[in-house]
Design a protein around this ligand. Sequence first.
Ligand code: ADP
Ligand code: MG
Length: 336
Amino acid sequence: MNRIHVLKHSLADKIAAGEVVERPSSVVKELVENSIDANASMITIEIEEAGLKRIRIVDNGHGIYKDDMKLAFNRHATSKLKEDRDLFHIRTLGFRGEALASIASVAEVSISSSVDGIEGYQYEPNQSDEITPSIARQGTDISVSHLFYNTPARLKYIKSLQTEQAKITNIIQRMMLAHPEIAFKLKVDGKVSIQSTGRGSMTEVIKSVYSTQIAKDSLVIDGHTQDYDLTGLIVRPHHFRSSNHYISIFINGRYIKNYKLNKAILEGYKTLLPIGKFPIVVLHLTMDPQIIDVNVHPTKEEVRLSKENELFELIRDTIQQKMQSIQLIPSKVSSK
Ligand code: ADP
Ligand code: MG
């Protein structure tokens, strides 16, 4: 029988990468989240061959110190958590310190970064141990090439470049909806595919992501309880879709999936939607990070909420009131 030993880093990273970097769009998601966490106001995403050939993300965020550059590629190395208790107050999108290590274990990576716009440094973790000077531009520029070159099973599982590209575009659209204050630009095989202005207007983002008409037919909502703040745009129910993909819920800037909150939205629209049809909705929820647990799954899309019922009612009632105010739903109060 074989004896027990601790896995070497490179193998442990590859195993962890299985969870974090499932496909090209997961790499894009992790890298853009890092740029957002670095407080970037401009993020450019360049994709070649649906991300399999190359993914490049350039941001103007706070950058990485030269002395932290190597550390950033170690598993469980993060600048976002320090103490155990920090896990219950997460304000950043990342915190697990796994993405860069995972990505570098399944692709060629080159990163350059500058914290001050005066000195810049470059590092290629799979090529050399050296950190070399590079052009100095405030922020970080990371390139991921030949994704999954050393994990053939994963590469095989990617069936169509078109499907993968659609998933990437979808992630960027979501990021735009989550952060109207950031100017995003997505370039696909050299051509600008979508972009947002970063001027902070939700309606403007809806225009870029969906259409001018949908932006025109959207209504601003907001509502509050002691624990939750809700703002967002809901689109008039004559625009509807056959899937719930056009419902985007963000909690503290993070895209989440939650069956119950989706249901609250549908109940808010009541009978205004045909059966089996779904509305176009963007909800931004802010709450104390203490009442939400984002550490449920490596992709962090699933969350656990305490006081979920309070939030359910807030969403349903806010949407319902908006619909009543534009007289789409007869008021519940009967006339005397
Ligand atoms: P996490 O985001 O969970 O901390 P990552 O592996 O994604 O883990 O990144 C490791 C660290 O590298 C981050 O904590 C951050 O300090 C730094 N980092 C990564 N990308 C960027 C970026 N674009 N700008 C500034 N710092 C970055
Ligand atoms: Mg990260």
